[in-house]
Ligand binder design. Structure first.
Ligand code: PEP
Ligand code: MG
Length: 540
């Protein structure tokens, strides 16, 4: 008899097929006394090295399947395993307590995972699950177990939870969807599911007795049907056919212009976090990069990236995109994006605090190194620079002074750069939107950051999921600000783009075009859906 459950969809799409329960038979790791601590330590070292090796192979395989950005998780895992503190702790436990390597690895993995979970830093918090995952990998090697998922027929994978390393090993052709009991919409696993185009639901009370039963996963509604009736099957099959047709049509849009029914052309660019995302920009046929979040070069490391290191990253992006525009945003660190080496104080209201351009203007040595790298790289492609979190005219004037100093230094040293390089600002504070008439003549372009503009306009922390029911993505106040910004930008001679998530909301594409937007910059996977929306819009 049909039973249905409603979970949370983390990737849209329909899957119809049999369930395969992916069960991790979690046997507790046994504590055993050992005699020879040196031999046990060597056994651990060998297992760890083999795990690092395996991770390297998984990384290379994942790059082909899901792209560099999503494969990066395996590099992170390898780094966690090579961490001195972690290894010292395992060695120390084996030597001081004379316990087996499996036990020392499992306990140390647990301890480090808990320590990460308790940290304030979101990056480290997110590493808590990874730490467990990677310690389990070493334990399995020590126990002589390797786990792969092999299914003859394509199946719906059901599990309590899936680790990122397990998700990426799913053979895309053999997996129709996955449903889990646990997991969060922003986890790496969810991101991987989206990139692999596999429909996925979380919060479904998965039960081992479902193994082998027919089911339907509806990622559009979040519904999961166990043992569906014929009428449900027929209805969902229709939706599945429509999805497949939609996907085929999207592929046909590659190479086509982003032009409305009445002939207005819009620039459609992609948002990236670094050179590793270039493949998806090209695969999805984006016209350029409208937002390169340069802070990703600064976080998850122990020290500032040097000017040369940054120069190489910017140059690589500019060269690879061969003349297409690349808008690089200067450091937007602070709030949720942290770097310990900057020693920023904890703040009561980080989203309203010391972040982005406020840090750059206070610590010009950091800002100038980035600007030098950007200007130097501009000799190798079509780079534009954009400044985040602007609230006042004075900030723009101060930025210009610093930019002039940098240009003079480069001129004096005879370093080539693009003298016509475009410079713009993000409009992501209500203050900037409200004075956009004064700001426009000062810059070449505006890029509207709807993520922050929404949070500051509605006074709702974008990180707080308790506010989901209050958060109105299409709030009229926000739409007014966007319209006003576009009109003021044009009056003052600046082109105007949208690079926040709202830019990918296809229910607003025609509205934005009618407001006069010149460019939309969206995550690479949304380029073709937005192209489709542009091509069925009217500009008038
Ligand atoms: C925004 O605020 O809309 C934006 C694009 O920047 P970020 O999401 O990186 O803050
Ligand atoms: Mg922002």
């Amino acid at each position: 008899m049909e039973v249905s459950y409603t979970g949370k969809s983390i990737f849209k799409g329909i899957a119809i097929g049999r369930i395969a329960i992916f069960g991790k038979k979690e046997e507790p790791v046994k504590r055993e006394k050992i005699e020879d601590a040196a031999a046990e330590t060597a056994r651990y070292d060998a297992a760890r090295d083999r795990a690092v090796d395996d991770l390297g192979k998984l990384h290379d395989d994942a790059v082909k399947k899901v792209g560099e950005e999503n494969a990066e998780i395996f590099n992170v895992h390898a780094m966690l395993l090579q961490d001195d503190d972690f290894n010292d702790s395992v060695h120390n436990m084996i030597e001081s307590q004379k316990v087996n390597a499996e036990y020392a690895t499992a306990v140390t993995g647990e301890n480090f995972s808990k320590m990460f979970a308790e940290m304030d830093d979101e990056y480290f918090k997110a590493r808590s699950a990874d730490m467990k995952d990677v310690a389990e990998r070493v334990v399995k090697i020590l126990q002589g177990k390797t786990e792969t998922m092999n299914y003859d027929q394509p199946v719906i994978i059901a599990a309590d939870d899936l680790m990122p390393s397990e998700t990426v090993q799913l053979d895309k052709d053999k997996v129709l969807a996955f449903v889990t009991r646990f997991g969060s919409a922003n986890s790496h696993t969810a991101i991987l599911a989206r990139t692999m185009n596999i429909p996925a639901l979380i919060n479904i009370p998965v039960d081992p007795s479902w193994d082998g039963q027919m089911a339907i996963v509806d990622g559009h509604t979040g519904k999961f049907y166990l043992d569906p009736e014929a009428s449900t099957l027929a209805e969902e099959q229709k939706k599945l056919d429509a999805d497949l047709e939609q996907r085929r049509l999207l592929q046909e849009l590659k190479g086509k212009p982003n032009v409305t029914l009445d002939g207005k052309e819009i620039n459609l660019f992609a948002n990236i976090g670094g050179p590793k995302d270039l493949a998806s920009v090209l695969q999805n046929d984006a016209g350029g990069v409208g937002l390169f979040r340069s802070e990703f070069l600064y976080i998850g490391r122990d020290e500032l990236p040097s000017e040369d290191e940054q120069f190489r990253a910017y140059k690589q992006v500019a060269e690879t995109l061969a003349g297409r525009k690349v808008v690089i945003r200067t450091l937007d660190i602070g709030a949720d994006k942290k770097a310990d080496y900057l020693h920023l104080d904890a703040e009561a209201n980080p989203a309203l605090g010391f972040r982005a351009i406020r840090i750059c203007l206070t610590r010009p040595e950091i800002f100038k190194a980035q600007l030098r790298a950007l200007f130097r790289a501009s000799a190798f492609g079509n780079i534009a620079i954009m400044y985040p979190m602007i609230t006042s005219l004075e900030e723009v004037h101060r930025i210009k002074e610093i930019v002039e100093e940098v240009k003079k230094e480069l001129d004096d040293a005879g370093v080539p750069y693009n003298k016509d390089l475009e410079q713009g600002i993000m409009i992501e504070t209500p203050a900037a939107a409200l004075i956009s008439d004064q700001l426009a003549p000062e810059v070449d372009f505006f890029s509207i950051g709807t993520n922050d503009l929404t949070q500051y306009t509605l006074a709702m922390d974008r990180q707080n999921d308790k506010l989901d029911d209050f958060y109105q993505a299409h709030h009229p106040a926000l739409l007014r600000e966007i319209k006003m910004t576009i009109e003021n930008g044009h009056r003052g001679g600046a082109w105007v783009g949208i690079c926040g998530e709202l830019g990918a909301d296809t229910s607003l594409t025609q509205t934005f075009i009618q407001m006069g937007v010149d460019e939309l910059s969206v995550s690479p996977s949304m380029v073709l859906p937005v192209r489709e929306a542009i091509r069925r819009s009217h500009a008038q």
